[in-house]
Design a protein around this ligand. Sequence first.
Ligand SMILES: Nc1ncnc2c1ncn2[C@@H]1O[C@H](COP(=O)(O)OP(=O)(O)OP(=O)(O)O)[C@@H](O)[C@H]1O
Ligand SMILES: [Mg+2]
Length: 473
Amino acid sequence: MGKKAVKKTKYACQECGHVAYQWMGKCPSCGAWNSLVEEVDLTLSDAGGSKKPAEDGQLERIISSRKSALGNKAKVVRLNEITDAEAIRWTTQISEFDRVLGGGAVEGGFVLIGGDPGIGKSTIMLQTLENLSKDKKVLYVSGEESLQQIKVRGTRIGVKGENILLASETSLGKIFKLIEEVKPDVLAIDSIQTMFSNEIESAPGSVSQVREVGARLMHLAKGAGILTFVVGHVTKDGTIAGPRVLEHMVDTVLYFESSDDHSYRILRSVKNRFGSTNEIGVFEMSESGLQEVDNPSAFFLSERKEEEAGTATISSMEGTRPLLIEVQSLVAKSYLSSPRRTTIGVDHNRTALLIAVMEKKWDIALGDQDIYVNVIGGVRITETSGDLGVMVALMSSFSGKAIPRNTLFIGEVGLSGEVRAVSQIAERIKEAKTLGFARCFIPQRNLEKLDNAIPGIKLIGIKKAHELVELIF
Ligand SMILES: Nc1ncnc2c1ncn2[C@@H]1O[C@H](COP(=O)(O)OP(=O)(O)OP(=O)(O)O)[C@@H](O)[C@H]1O
Ligand SMILES: [Mg+2]
């Protein structure tokens, strides 16, 4: 047989990478259902002696020219010989964004920003690039909007863009050509689903394209030290469209979220090689773009009007920052054979556990009640320090007695109703004090360990959750 280009279709599992030459509903390797996706087998088609992909050549040229410009030869260095200056981060001058990035962007970092349509991904990119372009060379490549459309947005949000280099392009080969010409320090790709590589036959946005384009951009970022922001769309189930491997590959994965009825947006870090993943950045979308919300606690509490039964304030650590958040609950007589238990923003099972503790230890019957728990502002609480507050909110709704607005509840509750200590208590109390809270119920264990009393706020130590019934209700 002579050398002939053989094209064979293969099916790759998007979960584990297993390759099959025939489609199957279930991956034989990892057992995932519906995870096999058709891909054109490049190695087989290349076996026909076709030349090396042109994009690879471009990539190597960019990397080597950049490296020689930086005088950056391959070498081994001792960790302690690297000066701190070399590890300096580039600030985006948007402190909420810097915080989520782990204290600023890192040279050669690869950041994936996912989010629903219209959430503000392109807006934050433009604002960030404007700031970075003051002392860095930036290139913004949009495959979604025309240059005019970007200009209109820029004008609206006050981005002049004197130093932002723009291109409306979707072909990776052409983008590499632009990079060769422009030699940017910062690159933004909006969005990865619109980009395509000529080496792959499938359509832009398909899994193999997204993976291939992602891999090449990653290679570029690392090889040439270009800070790369890549915008990605999310699928209905909330993950970034495209293969999971994309998330594994990149340094940082951020999600931009919002709640339907609110104008603010939360930027959440779900993976970060350069910082904590618990950080969130809070923004408000306005006519003039995304505005930072410096004091999110005040923001989340700002909608409170008069005291109403069923509401309690809790403190949740989001990364390094304590957030004060309101929990609302509604306990109402049920006419269903199995009463409703609905939770939004708090863990369903955790709430069921707290309800069971209340029934057993507080001696109240909730079995015939519908129970709804909602965290105001669309925030999701992932830590347990809100337990006490959730119980108080439930009890408040059940008994009809409102909780004074100036009171905060902090504490994890165990199965026997004991209140367990929580981390970073001093920060949480300080935040409460700043926001004018006068009274704070905290775990007794935390109170004992607090070195100095914090003036201006009354701290009440709680050992067992049911003590609250006598103290409040
Ligand atoms: N005049 C305006 N006043 C206030 N907000 C506006 C105005 N124009 C647009 N917006 C906001 O900007 C959002 C669009 O922002 P942007 O285009 O950055 O989102 P995106 O995430 O990039 O969207 P896509 O998925 O379509 O690329 C709109 O959903 C809206 O909330
Ligand atoms: Mg956009």
